[in-house]
Design a protein around this ligand. Structure first.
Ligand code: GP9
Ligand code: MN
Length: 423
């Protein structure tokens, strides 16, 4: 009931971290590009295959962005939809099934809900059917103004591969939609080409496939390379359209692309003897770039996850989150705990990885045995469990129905006006 929300609120507020004063509001009023990079894992960044860079554009982008090298996806079976949910709400998806199906019509205080109330136009661009992953229903609950689904794109056999419209064409056609949107906008772009089974036409292959036993891993390299190229062209088009300067860009990998079924080939590629459970966790890292024109950026090693994006973004836009129910924390917050919980209960800190009922030393990748392990991982275990349980509690009980967002995001004048109206 409604008293439960107070308990959750007390819990999250006790973990709230104050934003970095220099970063808070640095992107106030800017357009926000949220770019979901299909199946992109961090292991390809600054890496190569037979001497050829896999992500030349993203490697360059990394040099003038805030790049988070210890950032984890937190998705489960809901895949892309889980990542969308986590990023928008700073809450976890489900341990099985997809929250996009089971709790589509809950009350949410998602980023599009909040930005919509603060003068933003909010939309999603994704060239798939609008009901896929139940998106049409969920997007209403999250507060999106518009969903540019497949109907808004010119899709032909020639410009499609695998799951649909090729990324290059998708971005190209998205520019027109962008230009008709009111400013400032918050728009999510969901790419598609780098999706299992990673099909690509010969003419689009900019690097050769791998030659490992796993055809999946082999094909992954050229499709990643293609997505990298598509994003590069998108940045060029954005600049040409005059949309670059007044915008900020958040690019993130939605979930892993290469499952543990391909461990043999993965080990070979990475030059390891085997992929241990510790390595499997480290392979759940996905890239996060926060690109703010005019900022030099830096590579940041704090441990974080998709759940941290909402508070991070809101603070960049100059909005307070102190009163909000968010399970993540601002990645720039000076006092933040370097910490990420995966949906299966595994967790990562600066020093340890807990998975498979084993506490691993992060530096060596070796298990920390017995009591020592209990000590090393124990202090975070409770936090990990509580984060997941409280988040579930909010979703299963639809508890945000009982939550009154305190709109501190308005300017002072507007706040006092609102107070007067309420009086
Ligand atoms: C489908 C796209 C891919 O619209 O988002 O979905 P996935 O299989 O990655 O969840
Ligand atoms: Mn996906």
């Amino acid at each position: 009931d409604s008293s439960d929300i107070v308990e959750v609120q007390n819990y999250v507020q006790a973990n709230h971290k104050e934003p970095d004063a220099d970063m808070f509001g640095t992107a106030e009023g800017k357009n926000v590009f949220m770019i979901s990079l299909e199946s992109l894992q961090s292991f390809v960044i600054d890496n190569d295959l037979n001497g050829e860079e896999i992500t030349p554009f993203l490697n360059e982008l990394k040099e003038n962005s805030y790049y988070f090298e210890n950032f984890y996806h937190q998705t489960e079976q809901g895949k892309t939809s889980d990542s969308e949910f986590i990023v928008a709400n700073s809450m976890f998806g489900r341990s099985s099934g997809a929250v996009f199906f089971t709790h589509a019509q809950n009350e949410y205080n998602a980023t599009p809900n909040i930005l919509g109330e603060n003068g933003y136009y909010t939309s999603v661009m994704h060239a798939n059917n609008r009901s896929f992953w139940n998106r049409d229903i969920v997007y209403d609950s999250l507060g999106y103004d518009k969903f540019y689904d497949v109907e808004y794109y010119d899709v032909t056999e020639e410009n499609s591969i695998g799951w649909g419209l090729k990324d290059r064409e998708f971005f190209e056609q998205s520019i027109e939609h962008l230009q008709e949107q009111p400013n400032p906008f918050y728009t999510t772009f969901i790419t598609l080409t780098n999706h299992f089974p990673f099909e690509l036409e010969e003419e689009d292959k900019m690097i050769a496939e791998g030659e490992f036993r796993s055809g999946t891993l082999n094909r992954y390299f050229p499709t990643v390379r293609y997505m990298d190229y598509a994003v590069e062209q998108f940045f060029n088009d954005i600049k040409e359209a005059g949309l670059y300067e007044d915008s900020i860009f958040i690019l993130y990998g939605d979930h892993y692309g290469i499952s543990t079924n391909h461990n043999g080939s993965m080990a070979e590629y990475l030059g390891k003897e085997e992929i241990t459970p510790f390595d499997t966790i480290q392979l759940q890292r996905v890239p996060l770039f926060i690109h703010i024109p005019g900022h030099e950026g830096e590579t940041i090693d704090t441990v974080g996850g998709q759940i941290d994006i909402q508070p991070t973004l809101m603070h960049l836009l100059g909005m307070n989150t102190k009163e909000d129910i968010q399970f993540g924390s601002d990645l720039f917050a000076p006092e933040r705990d370097s910490f990420a919980v995966l949906r299966n209960g595994s967790f990562i800190t600066d020093d340890v990885v807990w998975t498979n009922n084993t506490c691993y030393n992060k530096e060596t990748g070796e298990p920390i045995e017995d009591e020592e392990g209990v000590d090393a991982c124990g202090e975070y275990a409770e936090r990990a469990t509580s984060d997941l349980e409280y988040s579930d509690k909010v979703i299963y009980g639809d508890l945000l129905r009982f939550f009154e967002p305190n709109n501190e995001n308005l300017t002072d004048d507007e706040n006092s006006q609102n107070e007067n109206e309420e009086d």
